[in-house]
Design a protein around this ligand. Structure first.
Ligand SMILES: NC(=O)c1ccc[n+]([C@@H]2O[C@H](COP(=O)([O-])OP(=O)(O)OC[C@H]3O[C@@H](n4cnc5c(N)ncnc54)[C@H](OP(=O)(O)O)[C@@H]3O)[C@@H](O)[C@H]2O)c1
Length: 238
């Protein structure tokens, strides 16, 4: 039975992905900040006969990552899927949410960088041995086309854009450095999706996005290391 660890598993895209992997018969480690208050996740856990376990992880909290590392020491992870992310205090489609020049909130920007860049890096550093011990050896972070420098024609979104550009750089480096251990690392764009973060005006319903991402993830090969793909499998510009 292949195994996956998912961060941000309590809502949005992380929750949708978790359900797909549970239904597909994988061993699933679901991580979120407050598992005790995630009612739907707990119901799925109870019905899973041990295939799904929940783990408290706040990617800004090093101690929680260290505790997770201890909890799952020695367990192979075929796919480490880092989904947890933070846009900023105000989502893109709400007034003041475009993160325009002259409006920067540096405290919030710091949090965005910690969650979106350092969080995935810390998770990867903590769990790389688990990934290396698996059959598939895949390490994927949900990024965003907003982090593409080549695709940036509208400007704005300074804080979130810089965080996903940084995440892309981090995943590209991992794809190089972890190749010798047989690990396939890459960033994956989910599309613009109607979640709490994407807002109601987004292009895609969550099911279309998670179904697409799972299909792409199921089809990954080592040749995909260091590519920037979207939920349809298309390659995006850096
Ligand atoms: N929706 C889109 O259109 C879109 C487009 C491109 C990329 N993305 C990316 O896709 C990923 C998932 O987004 P989404 O749309 O599902 O967003 P969402 O509905 O806002 O969910 C965000 C998830 O991240 C978790 N999270 C936030 N800060 C965390 C932290 N410090 N530690 C652990 N978990 C944390 C949240 O947990 P809590 O419930 O505890 O806050 C929640 O589970 C993100 O990386 C996002 O940047 C989304």
């Amino acid at each position: 039975m292949p195994s996956i660890l998912i961060t941000g598993a309590n809502r949005g895209l992380g929750f949708g992905l978790l359900k797909l992997y549970v239904d597909d018969g994988w061993r699933v480690y679901g991580c979120c900040r407050n598992p005790e208050s995630a009612a739907e996740l707990n119901a799925i856990t109870d019905a899973s006969n041990g295939a799904l376990t929940l783990h408290r992880v706040d990617v800004e909290d090093d101690a929680s990552i260290e505790a997770l590392k201890t909890e799952i020491k020695g367990q192979p992870l075929d796919l480490l899927l880092i989904v947890a992310g933070y846009y900023g205090k105000v989502i893109m489609t709400e007034p003041g949410g475009l993160q325009e020049f002259g409006t920067s909130d540096y405290d919030d920007w710091g949090k965005i960088l910690r969650v979106n860049i350092m969080g995935p890096m810390k998770m990867a550093e903590a769990l790389v041995d688990n990934v290396a011990a698996s059959d598939r050896k895949q390490l994927v972070a949900v990024s965003s086309v907003i982090g593409s420098v080549g695709d940036n024609t509208i400007g704005n979104l300074y804080a979130y854009r810089s965080s996903k550009a940084g995440l892309n750089a981090v995943m590209k480096s991992m794809s190089v450095n972890l190749k010798d251990r047989g690990i396939t690392a890459l960033p994956l764009h989910p599309g613009w999706v109607r979640t709490d973060m994407g807002g109601p005006a987004a292009d895609l319903d969550p099911q279309t996005s998670v179904d697409g991402m799972k299909k792409v993830l199921d089809g990954l090969t080592p040749a995909d290391a260091g590519r920037f793909l979207d939920y349809t499998g298309a390659e995006l510009p850096w």
